[in-house]
Ligand binder design. Structure first.
Ligand code: FES
Length: 228
C-alpha cells in the first residue's frame, strides 16, 4: 500500500472512531476509505436502503463490483467477519465476484444476485434447502450466506465472497474501508480487463476508487438479472 493511501486510511479511522457502529477486523486489507453515494451525489446511509434490496458499487478498484445489501435480518459479528452495520446490524457488503469462476454483475446481465426471497438449493450434504437472504450465482449454482459472512451454502464455490469492511460515518453515510478474504482482484482484472475498460469507460482498470463511489440499485446496474 502506498504511504498516501496508508495516511488517508489512518486519518479516516481516527476521524471516524468515535462514530463507528462497527469497525474493521484485524485481518482486513486496508484500502482507501470511500464514501458510498447515489448517482445524484446523495450519501448512501443505512436508512436510505430498503430492507431486502442490494446495490452494486465499485471497490477497491473502479472496475471491481461489490454488493452492499440491506438484509431483512441482522448479521452478527463472528470469527474474522465484522457482521452487519447499522443499529439493527443489517447492512453488509461483499465483493460481487463469485469465488468459483468469477461471474460478476455486468451492465448487460448479472448471473450473481442478492435474493431476499426464498431460493431452493442442495446443501453440501445433498439435502434440499430453501432459504431467503442469500447471494445466488446462477452460473453453476453457488449459493452464499450474507448473514454469515458469505459462507458457501451450496455449489462449486470454494470459499466465501471477499468481505468489504464498512463504517458508518458521523452523518450516517456508509464508507467502504477495506477488504478481507479471497479477493481475486488481480486475477479478475487480468482476465476481464479489456471488457471492463470498455464497459466502465476507463483507460486504467487498476485505478482505485476515489473518496466517493457510486452505488446503483442492482436491478438498475444490470439490464438483466438471472435468477435460478
Ligand atoms: S461462477 Fe459462480 S458458480 Fe461458477
Amino acid at each position: 500500500m502506498q504511504r498516501r493511501d496508508f495516511n488517508r486510511l489512518c486519518g479516516g479511522l481516527l476521524a471516524g472512531a468515535a462514530n463507528l457502529s462497527t469497525s474493521a477486523m484485524a485481518n482486513t486489507e486496508p484500502y482507501p476509505r470511500s464514501g458510498l453515494v447515489y448517482d445524484d451525489g446523495t450519501p448512501v446511509s443505512v436508512e436510505s436502503l430498503e430492507p431486502g434490496t442490494s446495490c452494486v458499487f465499485s471497490y477497491p478498484y473502479v472496475t471491481t463490483p461489490c454488493f452492499v445489501v440491506r438484509l431483512n435480518t441482522s448479521a452478527k459479528r463472528r470469527d474474522n467477519w465484522q457482521g452487519g452495520v447499522g443499529e439493527d446490524e443489517s447492512v453488509v457488503a461483499f465483493s460481487a465476484i463469485c469465488s468459483h469462476k468469477m461471474s460478476h454483475p455486468a451492465k448487460p446481465i448479472s448471473h450473481i444476485n442478492y435474493r431476499a426471497d426464498k431460493v431452493s438449493f442442495y446443501d453440501r450434504s445433498g439435502s434440499k434447502q430453501e432459504q431467503a437472504n442469500v447471494i445466488s450465482c446462477c452460473s453453476e449454482r453457488s449459493v452464499y450466506d450474507p448473514v454469515n459472512g458469505a459462507a458457501v451454502l451450496s455449489g462449486p464455490a470454494p470459499v466465501p465472497l471477499a468481505a468489504i469492511a464498512l463504517e458508518v460515518g458521523a452523518e450516517g453515510q456508509l464508507f467502504a474501508i477495506g477488504s478481507s478474504g479471497a479477493d481475486q482482484y488481480e486475477r479478475f482484472l487480468t482476465k476481464f480487463g479489456f471488457r471492463l475498460a470498455m464497459e466502465y469507460g476507463v483507460t486504467d482498470i487498476r485505478a482505485r476508487v476515489g473518496e466517493q463511489t457510486v452505488a446503483t440499485l442492482a436491478q438498475q446496474f444490470s439490464s438483466q438479472q438471472i435468477r435460478c
